[in-house]
Design a protein around this ligand. Structure first.
Ligand code: ADP
Ligand code: MG
Length: 316
C-alpha cells in the first residue's frame, strides 16, 4: 500500500484526524498547527514525569473555560504529567446554605462554619462538585479518582483562631499533609481530584481553604508547579486598574505584598498558598484566568506565558 503524496500549495486536505478537524484546511494551516504542537515539545519534556498541582476555583466553575480545563487536565495526564486537581466550590456551598435557610457569613474571607454548615459544605464539595469534575474527566476514560482531605488523612486541620476572638466554628488551617494516597493514584497513572474538607483534631470534618490546601499539597508532593485557575487574568497591583497585571514576581515580592496588606479577598489565600509552596521547594506558581479556554495549556506548553507567574528568588 502506498502513502498518499502530499500535494503543494493550498490543496485541500480531505482526511485529517479523529472527527476530521483538518477537513477543508489548507496545508499552510496544517503546518501552523503542527508548529503549535511542536512548540510544546520542550515544555512537555520538562514536565513529563513531574507533578503539577492545579487548583480550579469555584469562581471559574460553570464558565466557558471549564470544559477546556477538563480536556487540558486529560492532555497533561496523557503526556506523562502527574497532575493533581484541587477544587473549590464556595459559591455552590453558599447556594445550598441559602436553600436550607442559612445565611453565609464570612470573617476575613473564612466562612463561619457551624456543624450544620460543615455538613452542607461537605455534601456539596465532596458529593457534588468533586463528583462532577471526576465524571467530566472520566468521559475520556478511567482516569480520575475523587477524594477529600479526610481520605487517607491527606489533610489534617487544626482549628483556626480568629485574631478578633470571633467564633469561626469548624474552620481550620492545614496542620499536616500526608500525600500517600495521592502518590498511590499518580503512580498508577490516575488523576486525583481533591475536595478540601480536612480531618479535624478528633477526626471530625473541618473546613480548610482550598487555596491554602493546594499550596500545602504542592509542597508536600515536591511539585514542579502550582497553578491557580480563577476568574481574573492574574494578580493586579490595583484590582481597579486592568493595566496593572503583574506578570512576573518573586516569592519575596509576594511576601512583601502580603505584609503591606495590598491584596484583598480571594487573592490572599492564593498568595499565602504560593508562599507555602515556593518556600517548600516548588519551583514556580501561576495565577491564571480559568474562564479562558485552555489557559492551562497556554501557560504550560507555549513559549509565551499568560497570567501571573511567581518564581523563587534565585532564578531571576
Ligand atoms: P476562586 O474561586 O478562584 O478562589 P476568589 O473569588 O476567591 O476565586 O478569588 C478571586 C478574586 O480575587 C477575584 O475575582 C478578585 O475579585 C479578587 N481580588 C482581590 N484582589 C485582587 C488583586 N489584587 N488581583 C486580582 N484579583 C483580586
Ligand atoms: Mg477563593
Amino acid at each position: 500500500m502506498t502513502k498518499a503524496q502530499p500535494a503543494g500549495g493550498s490543496v485541500q486536505h480531505p482526511g485529517a484526524g479523529p472527527g476530521n478537524p483538518g477537513a477543508g484546511a489548507s496545508l499552510d494551516d496544517l503546518q501552523a498547527k503542527a508548529a503549535a504542537v511542536h512548540e510544546a515539545l520542550p515544555w512537555i519534556k520538562r514536565l513529563s514525569g513531574r507533578t503539577v498541582v492545579v487548583k480550579y476555583g469555584g469562581a471559574a466553575m460553570g464558565t466557558a473555560g471549564f470544559d477546556a480545563f477538563v480536556d487540558d487536565v486529560v492532555l497533561l495526564r496523557y503526556v506523562g504529567v502527574d497532575v493533581i486537581v484541587v477544587h473549590g466550590g464556595g459559591p455552590e456551598v453558599s447556594q445550598l446554605m441559602t436553600r436550607f435557610g442559612k445565611e453565609p457569613v464570612f470573617v476575613d474571607g473564612h466562612r463561619v462554619t457551624d456543624a450544620e454548615t460543615m455538613d452542607l459544605a461537605r455534601m456539596v464539595l465532596v458529593g457534588r462538585v468533586n463528583k462532577t469534575l471526576v465524571g467530566r474527566i472520566n468521559t475520556h476514560g478511567r482516569l480520575a479518582v475523587g477524594l477529600s482531605g479526610e481520605d487517607g488523612l491527606l489533610l489534617v486541620a487544626r482549628p483556626r483562631v480568629d485574631p478578633g476572638g470571633r467564633d469561626l466554628g469548624y474552620v481550620g488551617d492545614v496542620e499536616a499533609v500526608d500525600p500517600t494516597a495521592l502518590r498511590a493514584l499518580t503512580d498508577k497513572g490516575l488523576v486525583p481530584v481533591v475536595a478540601t474538607v480536612a480531618a479535624g483534631p478528633a477526626g471530625q470534618p473541618y473546613n480548610v481553604n482550598a487555596d491554602a490546601a493546594a499550596g500545602s499539597l504542592a509542597a508536600a508532593l515536591g511539585a514542579e508547579k502550582l497553578v491557580y485557575l480563577t476568574d481574573v487574568e492574574g494578580l493586579y497591583a490595583d484590582l481597579a486598574d486592568p493595566g496593572s497585571l503583574l506578570e512576573q514576581l518573586t516569592v519575596a515580592e509576594v511576601e512583601a505584598l502580603l505584609d503591606e496588606g495590598r491584596v484583598a479577598a480571594g487573592m490572599v489565600p492564593k498568595l499565602t498558598g504560593i508562599v507555602t509552596a515556593l518556600r517548600g521547594g516548588v519551583r514556580r506558581a501561576h495565577i491564571l484566568d480559568g474562564r479562558r479556554e485552555h489557559a492551562l495549556l497556554l501557560e504550560l506548553f507555549t513559549d509565551s506565558g499568560v497570567g501571573t507567574m511567581v518564581q523563587a528568588e534565585e532564578e531571576r
